[in-house]
Design a protein around this ligand. Structure first.
Ligand SMILES: [Zn+2]
Length: 93
C-alpha cells in the first residue's frame, strides 16, 4: 500500500511539474511579447499562465503593435521610428 502511495505521489509530482511547465511555456512568451508592446506583461503573463491557449489567443487578438521607436536626440522623448519630425519638440530627425 505504501509503495502504491509513493507511486501516486510521484505521478502527481510529475503531473504538477508538467502542468507548471506548460503554464510557463504559455506565460513567459506572452509576458515578454506584452512588455515589448508596452502592455501589462505581468497581467498578460498571468492570464496565459492560468488559461493557457485561451489567454494566448486573447493576447493575440488584443495585442498592440511592437513598439519600435527611437529616442529624440533633442528632447529625449521616445518617438516612432518612421517619424520625420519629433511630435514633442518638432525636431527633424
Ligand atoms: Zn524631440
Amino acid at each position: 500500500m505504501a509503495v502504491q502511495n509513493d507511486t501516486q505521489w510521484i505521478s502527481f509530482a510529475i503531473f504538477a511539474v508538467v502542468m507548471l511547465g506548460i503554464s510557463l511555456a504559455f506565460a513567459v512568451p506572452t509576458g515578454v511579447s506584452a512588455s515589448k508592446r508596452g502592455m501589462n506583461a505581468l497581467g498578460w503573463g498571468a492570464l496565459a499562465f492560468f488559461t493557457w491557449l485561451m489567454g494566448l489567443l486573447l493576447f493575440l487578438l488584443c495585442k498592440n503593435p511592437v513598439i519600435d521607436d527611437v529616442v529624440c536626440v533633442k528632447c529625449g522623448n521616445r518617438i516612432p521610428k518612421n517619424h520625420v519630425y519629433c511630435p514633442f519638440c518638432g525636431y527633424k530627425e
